[in-house]
Design a protein around this ligand. Structure first.
Ligand SMILES: CC(C)(COP(=O)(O)OP(=O)(O)OC[C@H]1O[C@@H](n2cnc3c(N)ncnc32)[C@H](O)[C@@H]1OP(=O)(O)O)[C@@H](O)C(=O)NCCC(=O)NCCS
Length: 170
């Protein structure tokens, strides 16, 4: 499994993982009609994998035999009460590849990337009811501070709960 920074040419492969993962993980959480009309092309057009600006999101992909199986995106936190934190903005593994250790490899690489960028702590937001992801993050040392928000993500309004983690811990 190769972990590397995403390149502009990766956009459609990353977007396919993104959409498939949403359609599996969020099936019971978001309306079927919404999930079924998601198109990888629309998401791919929104990514910027060429930027070198450290204030912009950075994406790491997990690749095996030329196939992208997952990705993690980090950036500085967008929370006003955690402005000095890094953020894990996205972590998605292709549903056909779940349970193979790809998520652990990606979250570890994302934490290392944020620590090297100078952040001491990180935040992430989990969709309300995404229990698989909450269990995954708790096993990785993240803890919720109980803060909830309503956010509009890819055109849909969702409830989310916040998790935090120090980046110094292994
Ligand atoms: C959550 C998700 C990224 C996990 O990816 P994955 O590749 O299936 O995860 P892995 O195979 O690496 O890890 C799975 C196991 O390792 C555990 N684990 C997680 N972090 C760990 C760590 N640091 N050390 C040891 N084990 C760990 C997990 O709890 C899980 O245990 P289980 O097998 O008993 O369920 C994946 O299920 C996914 O893409 N879900 C849909 C999208 C999503 O919800 N993303 C989060 C958005 S906030």
């Amino acid at each position: 499994m190769l972990l590397r920074l995403a390149q502009p040419d990766d956009a459609i492969a990353v977007a396919r993982v993104h959409v498939r993962s949403w359609q599996s993980a969020y099936r019971a959480l978001l309306p079927d009609d919404y999930l079924d009309q998601l198109r990888p092309e629309d998401r791919a057009a929104q990514y910027d994998f060429a930027t070198l600006d450290p204030r912009k999101p950075r994406t790491i992909v997990a690749e095996e035999d030329g196939h992208i199986h997952g990705f993690a995106t980090t950036s500085p936190s967008r929370d006003t009460d955690a402005a000095d934190h890094g953020e894990l903005c996205a972590l998605y593994v292709d549903p056909t590849q779940w349970g193979r250790g790809i998520g652990v490899a990606l979250v570890t690489a994302a934490r290392t990337h944020l620590a090297h960028a100078g952040f001491r702590d990180a935040v992430l937001w989990v969709l309300d009811g995404n229990l698989r992801a909450e269990r995954f993050y708790q096993r990785d040392g993240w803890a919720s501070d109980g803060v909830h928000r309503t956010d509009t993500v890819w055109g849909v309004t969702v409830g989310e709960v916040r998790y935090l983690r120090p980046l110094s811990a292994p």
